[in-house]
Design a protein around this ligand. Structure first.
Ligand SMILES: [Zn+2]
Ligand SMILES: [Zn+2]
Length: 401
């Protein structure tokens, strides 16, 4: 089969590789109809998550069940399904408690496995024509419709992008009336803004980035785009917040101390750009530092951007160990609740699917490019360089270009 294979640092190639085969009676084989490229793939592409060269990349599949293991009871040949990035068994202590991303079965000795991801169990990536799905009954989310229909670009985002974005709003406890600051307008940041505004009742969402097309998309969603090349994003958000008061006096005494936002989300992670420097350089501390300043006392932070502890090209010794400088004193003084980590996919994905089916949610509106495998190497390059409006890319294994 054809697949997207990492070829050293900052290059992918389209290669013919052995198709996966059934390994256990609990497996199914999927023939993929869509498979998305994720911002997380760029960390891998840049060689920042360890050596992954020679492996198939990708973890966001949508497809049709082609073969079913003898122990699978709930999925049959021909079913249209997507599966979470994070593989789960469905029966371990963490799975039964709803922490399916921290499954204790799929990556023995640690928590959590995933497709096409270094250090997460060695499962083949999903940017390919076929994918083997372990523990199919637990992982497969059944979907209506047929390949290429109006939902194709929406359903593929149920593997990771939409539930992880929702998870970010869940971690940050976004509730009716809240103001929210989101750092990062990639797929996750944009769908977190969408979730916060459309489904969780946020009154205002600020989305911080520097890529014009992403900021424009944030505006289309109804968020307030904050371009960090135009000045300190914390000051910009504070200025916007005071404008929103339209000169109204405080309802309560001392409200000036609440001039920031109620909720903050980091949708960037360790490769954040330092907006205080002229040249683009990384600073893994900058987002938490900004969130510490902009979050209101008693506020809540949700951190879903990726952090790693085995970065082969760190910006500092501390960063190389995955250690980030956090403004604990400010956060402590302000009573901030901080939650972080991977998406507990199975808690959300069927609800989000039902919002799509009901016509309430259209997450596919963030897909900027739908292309064939042959166009993937150039698309990775441009996505990595943040060029030409590559916001969210979906690969179509059947397409010729
Ligand atoms: Zn992803
Ligand atoms: Zn499990």
């Amino acid at each position: 089969m054809r697949a997207i294979v990492l070829n050293g640092s900052r290059e992918v190639v389209v290669k013919t590789v052995d198709a996966p085969t059934m390994e256990a009676p609990t497996d199914v084989l999927l023939r993929l109809t869509s498979t998305a490229i994720c911002g997380t793939d760029l960390h891998i592409y840049e060689g920042r998550m360890g050596n992954f060269s020679g492996n198939v990349i990708g973890h966001e599949p949508l497809g049709i069940v082609e073969e079913v293991g003898s122990a699978v009871v709930n999925v049959k040949v021909g079913d249209r399904v997507t599966v979470p990035t994070h593989i789960c068994c469905g029966f371990c202590l963490n799975c039964v408690r709803g922490f399916t991303d921290a499954c204790l079965t799929v990556n023995p000795g640690t928590t959590g496995g995933a497709y096409g991801y270094p250090g997460m169990g060695g499962y083949m990536g999903s940017q390919a024509e076929y994918a083997r799905i372990p523990f199919a009954d637990a992982n497969c989310l059944k979907l209506p419709g047929e390949p290429g229909d109006e939902w194709e670009n929406d359903f593929v985002l149920l593997a990771d992008c939409f539930p992880t974005a929702w998870h970010a709003t869940e971690l940050a406890g976004v509730s009716p009336g809240d103001s929210v600051a989101i750092f990062g307008a990639g797929g996750i940041g944009l769908l977190a803004a969408y979730s916060a505004l459309r489904f969780r009742g946020a009154t205002v969402v600020y989305v911080v980035d520097y890529v014009p097309e992403r900021l424009q998309k944030a505006g289309e969603i109804g968020a307030v785009p904050i371009d960090f090349t135009k000045g300190d994003p914390v000051e910009q958000i504070k200025a916007e917040q005071s404008k929103r008061r339209k000169g109204a006096k405080s309802t309560y005494r001392g409200e000036e101390a609440m001039s920031g936002v109620d909720c903050g989300i980091d949708a960037i992670g360790f490769q954040a750009h330092d907006w205080t420097k002229k040249n683009i350089i990384e600073n893994p501390n900058i987002v938490i530092s900004a969130l510490g300043k902009i979050i209101n006392p008693t506020g809540r932070l949700g951190i879903v951007g990726v952090f790693v502890n085995n970065d082969p090209a760190p910006v500092s010794d501390l960063a190389g160990k995955g250690e980030v400088v956090v403004p604990w004193a400010d956060l402590f003084k302000k009573d901030i609740v901080i939650k972080m980590g991977r998406d507990h996919d199975l808690r959300y994905n069927r609800h989000l699917r039902d919002l799509i089916i009901a016509g309430q949610a259209k997450p596919g509106m963030i897909v900027s490019h739908r292309i064939g495998f042959d166009a993937a190497p150039a698309a990775f390059r441009k996505f990595d360089e943040r060029k030409d409006g590559y916001i969210k890319i979906v690969l179509d294994p059947q397409a010729k270009a």
